[in-house]
Design a protein around this ligand. Structure first.
Ligand code: MEV
Length: 313
């Protein structure tokens, strides 16, 4: 079985599309996986997603078919006779990287058929090329964090490869994540912001730069052990995202509920207009914040934590 995790954007979403740095972490507990089984000779490749009620042939028009073809081309494989079954515990259209994780798992499954184990940057690039073809102007952060499976700083460069740097984590940090229950397509939110930016770039560039400098402070806070200061920076990032017009009233309510329940800080995460928010909490507060988020209308909540960098050495 080949799998990839979901992800959280900790800080810097949207501004990252405009070459500012952003921080992302994998959520190991939520995963997408792809099981590849031989199919009768001549059957070609079919993709089954029983959770979604979907079955399609490789050549049917679908983003995954495009990715599968790109991967087969890269591996120099003809279309195999294969039944690929996708399953995922990552909520769809919620900002948790479901599409990128399914994509990375699919690439791994096809590479396994060729007896190859692909490097993270190759998997990431294949998923990115396919996302670009179908999802407008993605920054590349989603495919990167799910393929690398570690906390990263990601920044597009004017020329060449993006900067990808592992993040230092100062202590075990606890997060509560809540799903607003409002499905939101990244492409729509990113596309809307791009239209507004194209019409009047200067004020948006100022906002993006403000988010970028906040991201640098959040990177330092993550490496420290100062919860309240870290939390405040995350909440400031939420305010800038509100100003950019990518939050929504339900996300704002959930952020407020988390803060009232004693979270150190809270923000929407991912593309916005729905999807998820996250709260930075002390270990003791986690369950209370989770309960209050449910009471405030979250349809699903999770706890996830980040381990200090030293503990993994
Ligand atoms: C989506 O997870 C993050 C966005 O910044 C879009 C992107 O970076 O491609 C909203």
């Amino acid at each position: 079985m080949n799998s990839a995790p979901g992800k959280l954007i900790l800080a810097g979403e949207h501004a990252v599309v405009y070459a500012q740095p952003a921080l992302a972490i994998p959520i190991a507990a939520l995963r997408a996986s792809v099981v590849a089984e031989p199919a009768p000779s001549g059957a070609g490749m079919t993709v089954h997603a029983p959770d979604l009620g979907l079955v399609w042939r490789l050549r049917a028009t679908a983003p995954l078919s495009d990715l599968a073809q790109r991967t087969l081309d890269y591996l120099q494989l003809p279309e195999p006779d294969l039944r690929l079954t996708i399953s995922s515990s990552i909520p769809i259209a919620s900002g948790m990287g479901s599409g990128a994780a399914v994509g990375a798992a699919l690439v791994r499954a096809l590479a396994e058929q060729a007896g190859q184990q692909l490097a993270a940057h190759v998997i990431s690039d294949l998923v990115y090329q396919s996302e670009k073809a179908f999802h407008g102007t993605p920054s590349g952060i989603d495919n990167t964090v799910v393929a690398y499976e570690q906390p990263i700083l990601f920044q597009r460069q004017a020329h060449g490869e993006p900067l990808i740097a592992p993040l230092a984590v100062g202590k075990q940090w606890h997060f509560v994540v809540a799903d607003s229950g409002i499905a939101s397509e990244t492409k729509a939110v990113v596309g809307d912001l791009r239209q507004r930016w194209l019409a009047d770039q200067e004020p948006y560039n100022v906002q993006f730069a403000a988010i970028g400098s906040l991201v640098r402070q959040i990177q330092a806070a993550l490496a420290s052990n100062a919860g309240p200061a870290f939390g405040q920076l995350l909440s400031q990032n939420h305010q800038l995202l509100q100003t950019l017009g990518v939050s929504c009233s339900k996300l704002d309510q959930l952020v407020q509920a988390a803060l009232e329940a004693g979270a150190w800080g809270a923000k929407m995460s991912g593309a916005g207009w729905g999807g998820i928010m996250l709260a930075l909490v002390s270990a003791e507060r986690a369950s209370h914040v989770q309960q209050q988020l449910r009471a405030a209308g979250a349809v699903q909540t999770w706890q996830t934590s980040l381990l200090p960098t030293d503990s993994k050495r």
